[in-house]
Design a protein. Structure first.
Length: 218
């Protein structure tokens, strides 16, 4: 995997460090270790996200492993997924709603709505969000995670994410979580490094905790 930013990128730290609270956080946490390009395609990332909805990390991994086992140990191709009996997929631990959502993603990949990794390079962040949120079971947050962790996009600020909001609340010593609109406005100044800022805010929300978010914890 490639680093979404270089840990010695002075421009990153100059931009984020212009805010004294973020500068103090960077000094506590150290260099940004956010990685993009997690080795999955957009299609695979969406399947993984659907499986993981409302589940703890280990449970989601177990179900994903059983789904992969049906296809020889790897993510099933769209064609393979659509050919698998519903009963076999349900036996992996999938709910009926998740099964329908995954089948919808598979059809959308075959139809070209879900792009390949190569096709995605020609689409902007907002173009990808607008396309993919039309799919059942896929919301903006899910696409933002895909943009950060699969497509290596450097300027994503997932303002609806609880951990990001909690991190901002903590470093700014706020009485309550910031509203997404307020957080969006407050972080515009940190473009084009908002993915790195999100990573630092996740770290801030987890300071002092022994268990990290399985998606964002590094």
């Amino acid at each position: 995997m490639h680093e979404i930013v270089s840990p010695d990128d002075d421009r990153l730290y100059q931009c984020l460090g212009a805010d004294p609270d973020i500068r103090a956080l960077i000094e506590r946490i150290g260099p940004c270790r956010l990685r993009g390009e997690d080795g999955t395609t957009p299609y695979q990332s969406l399947l993984r996200a659907i499986i993981g909805q409302q589940l703890h990390g280990r449970a989601a991994q177990a179900i994903l492993g059983r789904v992969k086992a049906l296809s020889g140990g790897d993510f099933p191709t769209p064609e393979a997924l659509l050919s698998l009996p519903d009963a076999d997929l349900r036996a992996c631990g999938l709910s009926a709603a998740k099964l329908v959502a995954m089948q919808g993603v598979a059809r959308a990949r075959l139809e070209g709505l879900v792009p390949s990794a190569e096709e995605a390079t020609g689409l902007s962040d907002e173009e990808l969000i607008a396309r993919l949120v039309t799919l059942r079971g896929i919301g903006r947050w899910t696409v933002e995670m895909l943009l950060i962790f699969t497509l290596n996009r450097p300027d994503i600020m997932p303002v609806d994410d609880y951990g990001v909001r909690a991190g901002w609340r903590r470093i700014k010593n706020l009485d309550e979580l910031p509203k997404p609109k307020v957080l969006k406005e407050a972080t515009i100044a940190f473009s084009p490094y908002r993915s790195a800022l999100a990573w630092y805010l996740w770290r801030a929300s987890e300071e002092g905790k022994s268990v990290q978010n399985p998606l964002t914890g590094i």
